[in-house]
Design a protein. Structure first.
Length: 147
């Protein structure tokens, strides 16, 4: 598979930070992003590519599988397992973001009711913040509906 080392390195750092992945898991995921044909990469290939132990590769693949970031499959004519990006992961990730935003919005509403904001300036700031959440939830949901 052909890939750009600079982009790969940037992706490893980004995915490690965003998904809180250990370095090898971030490398595996970033490498799979370059599998544009979705042919899959075998366990043995990962061991060879990253010069990592079988146990390290195995535990990091299992982590990615458990997080639904990647999927595995078997080809009919081979016993090997192959790994690809989970094409539905972006939807899963954005649904989780919506859930977190809705939970925070609910907590904010409870806090607002408890506090009973009377100060106009504070109330206005709260309404702007709340409106931002609602608009972003709606925007993400509408985008997901088109995916």
């Amino acid at each position: 598979m052909d890939f750009d080392k600079e982009i790969f390195s940037e992706m490893v750092t980004f995915y490690g930070d965003v998904y809180h992945l250990p370095p090898l898991a971030a490398k595996i995921y970033a490498y799979l992003v370059f599998d544009f044909n979705r042919a899959g990469v075998s366990f043995e290939e990962f061991v060879e590519i990253f010069c990592a132990s079988k146990s390290s590769v195995s535990s990091n693949l299992n982590l990615l599988l458990n997080l639904n970031i990647i999927k595995d499959f078997n080809k009919i004519d081979e016993r090997k397992r192959f790994f690809v990006m989970n094409e539905n992961y972006m939807k899963i990730r954005f649904h989780e973001i919506i859930d977190k935003m809705q939970k925070e919005l609910s907590i904010l509403d409870k806090l607002s009711a408890f506090r009973n904001i009377e100060d106009e300036k504070s109330l206005h700031k709260f309404q702007i913040y709340r409106s931002l959440f609602q608009k972003n939830i709606l925007n993400i949901q509408e985008t997901l509906d088109h995916m």
